[in-house]
Design a protein around this ligand. Sequence first.
Ligand SMILES: C[S@@+](CC[C@H](N)C(=O)[O-])C[C@H]1O[C@@H](n2cnc3c(N)ncnc32)[C@H](O)[C@@H]1O
Length: 259
Amino acid sequence: MELKNRMSRDRARLAYQLRYAARNPERIVPYARRLARDTWLRARARDHVAYYRSVMRSDAARSPYGAVGTADHDRWAAIGRLQFDYLVEHGLRPSHRMLEIGCGNLRAGRLFIEHLDPGNYYGVDISPDILFAAEDTVAAYKLQDRLPHLTPVRDLRLDFLPERHFDVVHAHSVFSHSPITVVDECLAHVGRILAPGGFFDFTFNRTEGQEHHVLREDFYYRTATLVALAERHGLEARFMDDWERGNKHKQSKLRVTAG
Ligand SMILES: C[S@@+](CC[C@H](N)C(=O)[O-])C[C@H]1O[C@@H](n2cnc3c(N)ncnc32)[C@H](O)[C@@H]1O
């Protein structure tokens, strides 16, 4: 855990970045290309969500698997399995109603859809392009009869969803791509749709040093910042140690419940 903290802290420093570039010269050109593309997209977007939607459009055109962070299919399946196994161990039952925020092309969603009773899975995403890929996943894994709901969203106000409805809300690798205003908006509204006894799990890039971002694509937060933000919205947030134990995933996880 300490090593992970130190790595996040170091990543923000220019000296670290220069050393990293010297050690990985093959990454300089792809990084420079990404920097140029993102600068161009950001200049045209009215806010972060519009910007990130265009990043997803550009990435998904190349590969929907790459767009969600796992270009390799086996890795895509493994990261989905990791999320699924964790929630099942934490009591996810077929009768539960689940909302996945930032469902992508259903890396984990396909397993949740298979596990839950028909109609009980709701996936939302800001990117219509990745939702088209999600539909392809539903067809490829023959999940049509499970009737998943897949919906594009403009923001995370969740105001089209019913009150006290979802037993489990899940967001994997979404706040790691979100500025604090987006996290705040979600935490301000998620309490309304949580069923009694329900919880909201989300992962984040953890730093114990300075909070920072890379290209406004990857954001790093202190645990305390997110816990305090949840409290401000009347929610309780708990750090999930067991997610990190024996698990090679680089993000951390918080669980939010009604306070
Ligand atoms: C790295 S992918 C992860 C997808 C999925 N959670 C998974 O684990 O495969 C991040 C996803 O979150 C979506 N996303 C990013 N910001 C979002 C937001 N503010 N609201 C909803 N979806 C968002 C992206 O479009 C993308 O599909």
